[in-house]
Structures are given as C-alpha cells and as structure tokens.
Ligand binder design. Structure first.
Ligand code: MG
Length: 387
C-alpha cells in the first residue's frame, strides 16, 4: 500500500459506493474507478470534442481528451508531492470534462439556453450525471457506481436547488464545507493546464503573438529567463521552454503554499480538510499573475473574432438540433426515447434531448445537423476553419 499523508482520501475513510460491490481482487477501489472512467463511452468521445478549437481545425490542437490527460498528469505530480491519493486525482481529472457538449463553451451556453425552462444545462453537473446514471455498462446498476470521493471531486460547483436534490453529495454546498484536498488539487490543475496549453495553441494558430503575450507578466518573466539562458533560441522551442517555465513556476508555488496552509491550519484528517477553509491555493502574488494570464486569454483568444465566428455557428447547430428532437422525439435513438417515455413530462423529454446532444462529438453533431437540416449550416461552419 502506498503511504499517504494522514489527511489524504483512503479506502478506509471513504464513504464508499452507492451500490455495494465485492472489493476488487488485484487493484485499489480508486484504481477501479479510474479504469471505469477510461472504459466508458463518454471518455472515448472526448477525443472528438472541442477544447477551444473545433476538432477539425487541426491535428495539433488540444481536444478535451488531451486536455484531460494533461490535467491528470499535473494533478498526479502535485498529489504525490503533497502525499495525497494519486489514483483519486487521476480519476477525477480524467472524468472532470465528461459532461462537455460538442463545440466547447459555445455548445454549453447554447444548450443551457435551450434548457432554460427545464432546469438549465451545466457541464459539470452533466459529468456527474454521466457517471451516476447515463453510462449503461453494468447489469446491477445504472452509471458507473463510483466511490463517493470520486463523485465529490467531479461535482465542482452546484446551485442550492441542485445541491438539495443530490442529497449526501450536495450537502457540502449547503453547509459550506470543502471537498477533499484531492478534489481541490484537480480543480486548480485544470485551470493550470488550460491557461498554459491555450497559450501554446493560441500561438500555434497565430491568433496570438509573442509580442502580445509579452504584456502578460508571468509569460514575459519566463521568456526573459529562457532568453537569458539560451540567447539564440527562437520559434517553437522558445515557446515550449517559456510554457514549461510557467507550468513549473505555478506548480511549485501551488505545492509550497498548500503545504504551508495545511501546516498552519493544523489539519490532520480528511474531516479537518472538509471543515477548514480552502487549503489548495497559490500565493497571493501567483494568483494575481494567473488571473492576469486568464484575463488576457479571455480577451485575446476566447473572444478573438475568428473563434467567435465559429462560436455563433456552433450555437446555431445546437439550438436547431434541440428544436428538431423536441418537435420529433422519435428521431432520438432507442435508449433516449425510452427516457422520454418513462418521464412522460415535457421536462423529461427536454432532459433526454439534452443528454443526447451533450453526448455528441463535434463531427457527429455536424453530421446529424446536416441530416436534419441539409448542408448549408455545416458548410458555413467549415468555412470558418482555421488552417
Ligand atoms: Mg477542464
């Protein structure tokens, strides 16, 4: 057995699974959760879902899958340095984006707007819904029947109304408690991963320039460090070394500050972690730098006119798919039609439609849209391709 810090999540202190199962014969319970995620259908679809760039824009950009793998890698490194449960952080990281719709945040916003009268759509809650209900793989239960702490890590935020409906899992949002340190770490590793890989993808796509990025403190500092050491370095290697420096600085700062917080709070058990203020954090100075980098990406990449032009078209595809299935639910595949029938209500129909659309990959959504509406919209979306 691995040696964990006393405040780490372990099988001994776990609240276990909703449906009792015999213990695994040759692996831990959290390894079993990770394996269940990797073998799920939703996980395989991450390969063809947009992170920032639409899947067909180029083979070198991040997808939801490679993003999730980067989050898992960062989370494991940080967890090991802090004596936390590496299997749990890996599991949560691999599962954290399962609920994302096609076309990234544009798709999520569009589906949320469609679902406004039916309780809305939120990708984080959808990730939990996939592992709790929608995956159909086991004889004895719906979903993947994951450990409580895995599900706690997946559910990053939650409205009070949803929290009440979730019972035990939602309780911390009502009582103002924190999740495990493992969950806190994955949340920050997610932000760390995209803030850095979006710089890389932004430069590669030429939507961002080095000159623009030099206005961001942490980037400029790291680039200066790299250039001081290798004055001749240019091109992709300069970019990679600069990003490497940023990731290293962020991870080291996070580990150092979190370790100090744990010591200062006198945290000794998992219950102490849940009752303490958020322990995993950056130093004040690094928080400011990261916020500056994120604001830069928001203004210059996520709101770049070429990204936005793709966004509007993607939103239209989602909205029109939703309208088509709501008007004719018989167009849904059998397992989703069953859910429509079982609920019998308009809201149940809407949820089944949302589940189906959210599960689509970018290219399947485009194909399905073409089947239902003809070719014009898809060609319009393809017209916005970045080379
Ligand atoms: Mg993510």
């Amino acid at each position: 057995m691995e040696k964990f810090a006393p405040y780490a999540v372990t099988e001994t202190v776990s609240r276990g699974r909703r449906h009792a199962e015999p213990p695994p014969r040759a692996r831990g319970e959290f390894q079993r959760d990770r394996d269940r995620i990797i073998h799920s259908t939703a996980f395989r679809r991450l390969e063809y879902k947009t992170q920032v760039f639409i899947n067909h824009e180029g083979d070198l950009f991040r997808t939801r899958l490679t993003h999730s793998l980067e989050v898992a890698q960062l989370s494991r490194s940080i967890a090991r340095a802090l004596g936390l449960n590496e299997d749990l952080v890996e599991t949560v990281a691999l599962a954290h984006d399962l609920g994302h719709t096609p076309f990234g945040h544009a798709g999520q916003d569009a589906l949320n707007a469609c679902m406004k009268a039916f309780g809305g759509f939120e990708h984080n809650l959808q990730s939990l819904r996939i592992v709790d209900t929608l995956e159909e793989r086991y004889a004895a239960f719906d979903g993947l029947n994951l450990m409580f702490e895995t599900r706690e890590g997946i559910l990053k935020h939650c409205s009070p109304a949803n929290a009440r409906a979730l019972g035990e899992l939602g309780r911390r949002f009502i009582e103002g408690m924190r999740p495990s340190l493992e969950a806190q770490i994955v949340n920050l590793a997610d932000e760390m991963a995209y803030s850095n890989h979006d710089v890389d993808d932004g430069l590669r796509s030429e939507l961002l320039s080095l000159e623009q990025l030099d206005t961001v403190t942490v980037f400029a500092q790291c680039r200066r460090e790299v250039v001081a050491r290798w004055p001749e370095l240019a091109g992709r290697r300069l970019v990679h070394e600069t990003i490497r420096c940023m990731v290293d600085a962020l991870a080291f700062d996070l580990i150092t500050r979190t370790r100090a917080n744990i010591a200062q709070a006198g945290v000794e058990t998992l219950d102490d972690v849940r009752a303490a203020p958020t322990l995993a954090e950056y130093s004040g100075e690094m928080s400011l730098r990261l916020r500056e980098l994120k604001a830069f990406l928001f203004d210059n990449l996520y709101h770049h006119k070429r990204v936005l032009s793709m966004t509007g078209k993607a939103q239209r595809i989602i909205a029109e798919l939703f309208a088509a299935y709501m008007a004719e639910p018989d167009r849904l595949p059998p397992q989703h039609r069953v859910r429509v029938k079982r609920s019998g209500a308009e809201s149940g129909k809407a949820r089944a439609v949302a589940d189906y659309i959210a599960g689509m990959t970018d290219r399947f959504a485009m194909k399905e849209h073409r089947r239902l509406y003809g070719k014009s919209e898809v060609n319009a979306l393809r017209g916005s391709e970045l080379s």
